[in-house]
Each structure stands twice: as C-alpha cells, then as structure tokens.
Ligand binder design. Sequence first.
Ligand code: SAM
Ligand code: SF4
Length: 328
Amino acid sequence: MQLIDGHGRVATDLRVSLTDRCNLRCQYCMPAEGLDWLATDETLTDDELNRLIRIGVEMLGIRDVRFTGGEPLLRRSLPAIVAETKALPSQPRTAMTSNGLGLKHTAQALADAGLDRVNISLDTTDPATFEKITRRPRLHDVIDGLAAAHDAGLRPVKVNAVLLRGINDQEAPDLLRWCIKHEYELRIIEQMPLDAQHGWNREAMVTADETLALLREHVRLTPLDGRGSAPAEKFLVDDGPHTVGIIGSVTKPFCGDCNRVRLTADGQIMNCLFARTESDLRRPLRSGASDIEIAEQWMAAMTTKLPGHGIDDPSFLQLDRPMSAIGG
Ligand code: SAM
Ligand code: SF4
C-alpha cells in the first residue's frame, strides 16, 4: 500500500504536528495574543500518535518523519515519541522543525532517542529585530539551542529564515555569514499566506529572486543540481563547501514533486499545507477501527490532493487553519 494521489505523486514524508501551542508569536504566523489552543482531549495522546506513525511507516511507505507544531519542544514526551518512531523496523529518518527555545536542555536526549536532524527557525541575529518579529526577547535561547543541537551531533543543523520587507530583508547576507561561521545550513523561505490573522500580501512578500539578487551582491552563488522532491534550490557559496537554500514556495512552487503529507495534533490528515479538506483519523482511532481500516482512510485522504497550491490564482482563498495548527 502507498499514499498515492490522483496525480501520481507518492507521499513518503510525514509531518507530524505535536501541538498547536507555541511560546513565540512570530508576526507571519500568529497574532500577539496567541490563538484558541486545542483542548487536551482534542489532541492525540502519545499512544494515538505512535500508532498513526507506525501505520504510516509500516503499512503506507512513509520513510521520513518530521516532528513539528506549533512548537514541538512543548510536548514533554517528544524524546519518547522519537524513540518509538526510530524503533520501528524500517527505522525512518527523523527530523524536527523547532524554534529552538529550550533545545539547549533537550538536544542530547533527542539525539540519544534517535533524532537525526533539526531545522531551527531564526530570522535574524539582532536581538531587537528578533523581538520585533517574534514578540519575545528570546534570541539567546535560540542561539544556545542551535549550539546544543550541533554539539549533540544532529546533522545537518539547518536554519529556516523568513524575510519580512523593511524588517529583516536586508539582513540575509549577515545571516548567511553567521550560519556559515557556525556550520549551520541556511534556508530562506518565501513568506506564505498561512498566518492566522490573514495579513499576508503578495506585494509585500520578499521573493526568492530578490533574496538571491541581494545575496549575490555579497557572495558568489553557484546553483547545485538535484533538487528532487526537496523544496530548496541549493547554491554553493563562494565555491563551497557551504551552501544556502532558497525556497520559493510562492514564486517557484514545487507542488509537482511534492512527497509530503501532514498529520495535525488533533488527528486530521492534510494532504497539502493549503488543503481545504481534512480527513479525520481521530474518530476511527477512538472508535475501535483496525490498523487496516485506518490505513484505508488515510489512503482515501490522499485522492483529493490538488495538483498545486494555487496561491497565484485569483480565486485563491486562505485557509482558516493557520500554519501553527497544521504543522509547518
Ligand atoms: N514552531 C516551530 C518553528 O517555528 O520552527 C515549528 C512550526 S513553524 C509553523 C514551521 C516553519 O514554518 C518555521 O520555520 C516558520 O518560520 C515557518 N513559517 C511560519 N509561518 C510562515 C509563513 N507565513 N510563511 C512561511 N513560513 C512560515
Ligand atoms: Fe511559533 Fe513557529 Fe509560528 Fe513562530 S513560526 S509563532 S515559533 S509556530
């Protein structure tokens, strides 16, 4: 059995949201006051999560599992969930996308549990700009978390950055130099219409081409081949060995090669970040469905996957469910 959609794409990369809660309030993601979080009984338990991950990996061909959120480190049982995933016979590759707060204290436990690598979100190395973007004065925690991930042997340590016009867009070259100095791999992601407050606008978005042009004023970038199903276009910086990735989610969509599927913290399958329909696996899970029945419902959820996100289409409508509640 496979998670194949109506356009022939096969999902092998599962993104698991462990919670919709977060301890930052990034402007491009959430409003200052936060959101109405899921109630405890709406959130999948560890056993339910582990069971769905097992079904995905053992029955449906999932090979990569990424833990995300909200902020995945807010889920205390994260190391145990990672260990349970890694103990599956096919040993899927495991990764985490996190804001890095508190990672200083958990990086080693996560590495010991079998986590392979991390993407840590960091948009600036300037404390004031960090506080402006995230609405919290926690830059030092992220920097410590990154160092701890590196010390724990998680490789590669990637840094995800979103550029906001007039706030940190001119910082891209500095951020790249900082990442290279610390042996982190920078990936710059175009801002997408996924914020809870629906404040995204196409004109304000810093495009991948703009970012590339700015970086090229400071460094020599040589395109690398072989993007595959990875969203980032990678470039060698000053002839290597360091690289930078640019993710033009809006202007250079990679939907045709998408191999991802998402499981939300409340047990919904989303076949795309922008999917307008969700498929509920929590109900069957809690009403005694067998593994095979759940696997069949999961496969059925893939059939409605659209060929592309359609952000540039005039009829595009932003979802009510924000990125933090889907699992970015
Ligand atoms: N809290 C974790 C973090 O920030 O890494 C994981 C969840 S967050 C939703 C996952 C990724 O989505 C982060 O790298 C974040 O920068 C990115 N993100 C959030 N909102 C975005 C948006 N509107 N456009 C593009 N990327 C966004
Ligand atoms: Fe939290 Fe991540 Fe959203 Fe920032 S991007 S508010 S860290 S979930």
